[in-house]
Ligand binder design. Structure first.
Ligand code: ADP
Ligand code: MG
Ligand code: MG
Ligand code: MG
Length: 410
């Protein structure tokens, strides 16, 4: 039987090299290339193709990333099938974002539907933000960069910033039911019940039992889920945690938008905030002394406020300048709209914190803490703050109110 190389199959490193060589002109035909599979996720292969004789440190030697979707989740073997369509969604989302904020996403060289594969810029000179924050590093330009990403991608995909008929067709292009289902189960359902998907440390079982019995909390989660299910406010990244952000002191790049879909704007902002606050909790362990811990937390909380304030300012000014119609300029509308985004942000921040402590997938900031006592303290901080944020979301009127709740949690 001859192998059909044009049909979908997981690429070998040799094939990834071949793809990188033939679909771009980044390399010379005579270049000797090497390739490593560097993916750390469960759903995709990530190949890095580069010159055989380049030194790791040289940042301007040519290299490329080939990301390929697997038709199943790696973590559970082949038993959890997942659509390859998400590779198309990821590539389309990167192209959409790349038109609006090219400096903040990897450049896409090529996309192949059959192989569910995107060839993109290699960002290996950046570090994954989660790792940088665990190390206690600071990124003074991050608030400006991420607020720029959020304001532009969210405004120009919404009914405020694009033609409303075109937008409906775009909503259709980003229907992403299978990946949304993962979010719906792992964020809004499992953490509040005794689901076998949960991953709960023994010492936290009593805390989790309280969560399962907290009906006031469940009502807020039901409302947040309803909005996630029904809102088509803007095109979201959909998985905007600090593991989807590549960073240096000078540059920020957002990767991995395979969960992109039309949903509530606060969901993306809440993902960022939750991961900053989870990192702050993790510094129960990662900071070596109280002063360092205090300073790092102050940095994270002020970054959170700065992101909101810059986002608010940028989104409003895009609206004033590029709003597509008269009705959106109705007096008072903008203030109501921004306050609703803030409340949603608070709610999604809280629900994302909770799920990273008791749900299936934890974050390294807390989950990889080797000292059991420190880990338990971090987990309880995150659970209590997450719960407080979810419960208060509909009462919040300003970022200062959110800040005050966060400040009291540590
Ligand atoms: P997944 O959807 O499986 O989580 P990601 O897109 O997040 O895949 O990529 C997984 C890992 O592969 C990243 O954490 C990073 O280490 C590496 N990676 C992904 N894209 C790039 C890129 N453009 N440049 C360099 N490394 C990358
Ligand atoms: Mg990953
Ligand atoms: Mg991903
Ligand atoms: Mg990822």
């Amino acid at each position: 039987m001859t192998e059909n190389t044009s049909a979908y199959h997981p690429l070998t490193v040799e094939e990834a090299i071949n793809v990188a060589r033939t679909v771009t002109n980044v390399f010379y035909p005579t270049d000797e290339l090497i390739c490593d599979e560097i993916g750390d996720g469960n759903l995709n292969l990530v190949f890095r193709v580069r010159l055989a004789h380049s030194s790791e440190s040289a940042s301007h030697t040519p290299s490329l990333i080939v990301k390929q979707a697997l038709p199943y989740a790696k973590v559970v073997g082949e038993s959890w099938p997942l659509t390859l369509e998400r590779a198309r969604i990821e590539s389309d989302a990167l192209l959409f974002q790349g038109k609006l904020v090219p400096q903040l996403v990897p450049h896409v060289h090529y996309y192949d539907a059959t192989l569910a594969m995107t060839v993109m810029e290699d960002l290996s000179d950046h570090v994954i933000m989660r790792k940088g924050l665990i190390e206690g590093n600071r990124y003074p330009l991050f608030a400006d960069h991420i607020s720029e990403f959020l304001a532009h991608t969210l405004f120009f995909s919404s009914d405020l910033g694009m033609n409303q008929q075109q937008k409906k067709w775009q909503v259709q292009r980003f229907i992403n039911p299978e990946l949304c289902k993962i979010t719906e189960d792992l964020i809004f359902d499992d953490p509040y019940t005794n689901s076998p998907n949960n991953n709960i440390d023994e010492q936290l079982l009593a805390d989790h039992a309280k969560l399962c019995a907290d009906h006031k909390l469940h009502l807020e989660v039901a409302l947040l889920r309803e909005k996630f299910l029904t809102s088509t406010q803007a095109l979201l990244h959909g998985d905007l945690h600090t593991g989807s952000i590549f960073i240096t002191p000078h540059s920020t790049k957002v990767i991995d938008p395979e969960f992109a879909y039309y949903g509530p704007i606060g969901f993306d902002i809440g993902a960022i905030f939750a991961n900053l606050l989870l990192n702050a909790a993790g510094h129960e362990h990662w900071s070596l002394d109280d002063q360092t811990r205090e300073e790092h937390r102050t940095y994270l909380l002020s970054t959170l406020c700065e992101i909101w304030n810059r986002f608010d300012e940028k989104f409003r000014s895009l609206w004033d300048e590029h709003g597509v119609d008269r009705i959106s300029r109705t007096k008072g509308y903008q203030d109501v709209y921004m306050e609703q985004i803030l409340q949603d942000t608070v709610g999604y921040t809280g629900s994302k914190m909770i799920r990273r402590i008791v749900g299936l997938a934890h974050v390294a900031d807390v989950g990889s803490i080797p000292n059991q006592a420190a880990k338990l303290r971090a987990q309880r901080i995150a659970l209590q703050l997450g719960t407080a944020l979810v419960k208060s979301n509909r009462r919040i009127r300003s970022i200062e109110e959110m800040f005050t709740i966060c400040e009291h949690a540590y």
